[in-house]
Design a binder for this molecule. Sequence first.
Ligand code: MRU
Length: 335
Amino acid sequence: VKNLTSLGLRYENGKLLVLDQQLLPHEEKWLCCETPDQMVEIIKALKVRGAPLIGVAAALSLGHYKEQGASEAQLRIAARKLRDSRPTAVNLMTCIDRILSEVSQVTSVAEKIFEEDVELCEHMGLNGEHLINDGDHILTHCNTGGLATAGIGTALGVIRKAHEKGKRIHVYVDETRPLLQGARLTTWELQKLGIPYTLICDNMAASLMKKGKIQKIFLGADRVATNGDFANKIGTYSVAVIASYHKVPFYTVAPYTTIDFECSSGKDIPIEERNASEVKGVAGSFGSVQWAPGNAQACNPSFDVTPCELLTGMVLDKGFFSTQALQKGALLNLK
Ligand code: MRU
């Protein structure tokens, strides 16, 4: 595998390196991932995360395994475990299936997957940037930037392109409970990029919209059904409902690798259920705190589904799609 570099993932002189996103923003530690089994644990623990990036990371770990001399049978077993490491983001399955369909070419397919993701991000950025006006205040949810993809990101890539064009924008960042991808990761990225932002708790968005402080919403997707419904980080649906009530334009941004052509509606999207301890407290590099009683009942769905009708439109690498176009089946033509 040739040398490849992104914000959260690198292949360097025969080593596969992952920036541990659980330690960000306070510690920037690169983990050396030697085996696919290690990558499975890294993905499950969200040390690498974001729909496109987990697909790319899984692909590179198979490429690395092949270079270590893995047989086709061993690659297939590892691919199965990687495919099962997280259930919602379909990019993971798409990338693994692509590798298995050309199993004799694992390393070059893995490289292609990485490089293609960088390009897809550029296209999404260019296709969405014109939706942002000078002076807009934009709300985003979770992390959709360079830490979630091999390139500049999905929704955050669009925001970045608008900033690079000289538009004076301000980003409101939902903290994104329970794992705080907004508070820990999106803030870290925006700071590096010099884009002005304000961090808010998830429950503050409605009040900001009521006061007219948010002009647009851009966020990502983990799986898009062919009718335009999409799964994204838990809390996305609440943002969509609030946006609809306040008539704030609401966009999702995704590459074609996030569309599940086998899935005709959002109700068919599998939703990851994570450990309740993530809701009862927090754990991080600082140690752990539990604020709820030890025996408290808690549930922890990691994603929710937003129906297409709540969207203003979808930005894909292939272009911009209005809600009406999505409802008429425009995504089916992209297969
Ligand atoms: O659980 P995560 O952090 O992997 O969830 C990530 C998201 O929900 C992102 O919004 C999504 O992957 C789309 S952005 C590339």
